[in-house]
Each structure stands twice: as C-alpha cells, then as structure tokens.
Design a protein around this ligand. Structure first.
Ligand SMILES: Nc1ncnc2c1ncn2[C@@H]1O[C@H](COP(=O)(O)OP(=O)(O)OP(=O)(O)O)[C@@H](O)[C@H]1O
Ligand SMILES: [Mg+2]
Length: 328
C-alpha cells in the first residue's frame, strides 16, 4: 500500500493554467474520487500522479519519496502503478489471458508464475474461464474488466482510473461499481478514480475531492460533500437541490451567511396542510416519485421529490425539514 502526497502542485501548459496549488493526501489503501466538470483538471491531476506529466510547481511523493518536482521525475514504469483509461487500450489480436499477462512480459517471470498471476487477476474481476476468448468477442463491461485485471497483474499498489465507466450502459456501470469495490477490498490498493458523474463518486469513494477551474473546492466524505457542500459550486455540482433565500423560515444547519443562500435537497421538501405557499411549475415522473419544480412566493425555485402528481399551476403548502447554509 502506498500513500500519495501532492504538495502545492501546479501545472501549466504554456499560458494555460490547468491546476493551481493542489495539496492533497491519498492515504494508503484509500479510495478517492476526483470529481468536477469537464476541463477542471481531473485527467491532468491523474497524469501527474502517474508520471505522464511533470508538475510546473510543487512536489509529488509516494510514501514520502519524491516522484516528481520541478527538477526530478521518476518515469511511470518505475512508479509501480496500474492505470485504466476510458478507452481500455486492449490488444485486439491477443486473447484475454495474453492481454492480462502483457505487463509481466520481459520481466523475467517463469511461465507458471505468469499463469498463476494471470489467473488471480482474472479471478478478482470474475473472468476465470475467459482466458482464451478473443477480446473482440467480449462485451464492453467484460473488456473493462480485462483492462482492470491487466492493471492488477503486477501486484500494483496504486490504481488510477480515468472515467473507466464512461462507455458503458447504466446496468454495466452498476455491475462495474461492484467490481471496483471488490477489487479495492481484495487488493487494498490506493485507488484514485476520476469521474464527472457524482453518483459514481458518491457510491464508490471513501473520500471525494471536488475540483473546479484547476483548484480544489472541497475534500470530504461522500456524506460531507452531499450534506455540507463548502460553496455554491459544490452544492450545484453534487446531488440535486435548490439554492434559495435564507429568509423562508425553515430550519437551517451551518453558519448563517450574510446575503447567503441555503441548499435544500429534494427529499427534504414535503407537502403539508400549513406551510410555505408554492405552486407547481413542472412535474416529471421518475418511477420512484414525481420530480416537481415548485415556485415560491418570492420567486425562488424549489425542487422536490413528491409522492403524488401535482397539476401544473396547483397551489400547495410545503414544509422543509433540512437545509444547509452555503457560503458564497
Ligand atoms: N497537453 C495539454 N496541452 C494544453 N492544454 C492542456 C493539455 N492537457 C490538458 N490541457 C488543458 O488543461 C485543462 C484541464 O484538462 P483536463 O484534461 O485535466 O480536464 P478534465 O477535468 O480531465 O476534463 P474532462 O472531464 O473533459 O476529461 C483544460 O483546460 C485543458 O484544455
Ligand atoms: Mg479527463
């Protein structure tokens, strides 16, 4: 297991500043999601950890050993890490076993050792029995698992995943979330998982780092990020919800902010006999509930998951049982 530490890391491409003053620790055995909108610097951060990019400023360390700073640079192949990219980059002319065993080639392993490690890696991703299948004859999720097995085969202590589920349909994504969770449990590797999908981040990670504009916006557990977002960017990016004026009179957690807004999650809004007057503007059936857009008297919009279907324009009363004061 390996602890990854970034100390005041910055990265510029010419005049374009991709990352600014990133100080993060990924403890040994942790599972961290890097979450943020397109272009916020997620891939660049992963490539800095992997050694495909050199930091413009600051230091990258593994277990306290300098991997890169402005002067030194340990190449990727000497960092003992495994990477799975969005495009799995498998060898189409090789079978599953040959793809998985590929990183062991030329490293002086005996044949039975290669077979043992390959079998172990395939077992982690539930692909025993597929050894001699051509990768062309696999589904997207199976290919994804081959790519993951290939990154496990060397006994790597760090696994870097860059949007590995982006090409998969919703069912495969759910199944792969379980595979990643199992892999983490079985290998104890330090995992850094890049995604712009907040539900993946919330489901998988023990820590979420939210990035925007090349800067860290918040570091926290999924629960903290969801329930106590550090600013309006995080509140807007993670989970559904509405930012409304603080003056509606419902209970608010967190420090009151002058002229600040409060975040209300859809599940905290309830229909009531007495309460805040509102009218229904839009209703969308989701199967589990009706996603309803409500307009409050002061013009604020409130999203709610309601158990019954309101008519458009219907006047109702609401209670809100939880809200969080969001610093600007
Ligand atoms: N090799 C490069 N040369 C110049 N600019 C780059 C290079 N790589 C990345 N950038 C810029 O750095 C910023 C961060 O890019 P990065 O690929 O890290 O974003 P990302 O968060 O991974 O986005 P996405 O979700 O779209 O993959 C962007 O503005 C991008 O244009
Ligand atoms: Mg990217």
């Amino acid at each position: 297991m390996t602890t990854i530490t970034l100390d005041a890391v910055g990265k510029s491409f010419g005049d374009n500043r991709a990352l600014t003053d990133i100080s993060l620790q990924f403890p040994a055995g942790s599972f961290t999601a890097l979450l943020g909108p397109s272009g916020c610097g997620k891939t660049t951060l992963l490539r800095l950890i992997a050694g495909f990019e050199q930091p413009s400023t600051g230091v990258v360390r593994f277990d306290g050993n300098v991997m890169a700073d402005g002067v030194r640079m340990v190449p990727p192949e000497e960092r003992n890490l495994g990477i799975v990219f969005q495009s799995y980059a498998l060898w189409p002319h090789m079978d599953v076993a040959a793809n998985v065993a590929y990183p062991l080639k030329g490293r002086g392993f005996k044949r039975d050792e290669i077979e043992r490690r390959t079998a172990e890696a395939l077992a982690v991703v539930s692909l025993r029995g597929y050894e001699h299948r051509s990768v062309d004859a696999l589904s997207g999720g199976q290919r994804q698992r081959v790519a993951l097995a290939r990154c496990l085969v060397t006994g790597t202590k760090i696994i870097l995943l860059d949007e590995p589920l982006a090409n998969l349909d919703v069912h495969l994504r759910a199944a792969m979330l379980d595979v990643f969770a199992d892999t983490h449990e079985r290998t104890g590797a330090t995992i850094v998982f890049v995604t712009h999908d907040q539900s993946e981040a919330l489901a998988l990670a023990d820590t979420i780092v939210v990035l925007d504009g090349g800067r860290v916006q918040q570091i926290g557990t999924p629960e903290e990020i969801y329930a106590e977002p550090a600013n309006a960017m995080v509140a807007g990016f993670v989970g559904r919800g509405s930012l409304v004026a603080a003056s509606h009179g419902f209970p608010v957690r967190g420090l009151p902010v002058p002229n600040g807004k409060v975040l209300v999650r859809p599940h905290a809004v309830h229909l009531a006999e007495n309460g805040l007057p509102a009218s229904a503007e839009r209703v969308r059936y989701t199967g589990a509930s009706y996603e309803t857009t409500l307009r409050l008297a002061n013009g604020d919009t409130l999203f709610a998951d309601l158990p019954r279907q309101l008519a458009i324009g219907e006047h109702v009363h609401l209670t809100v049982d939880d809200a969080w004061s969001v610093p600007a």
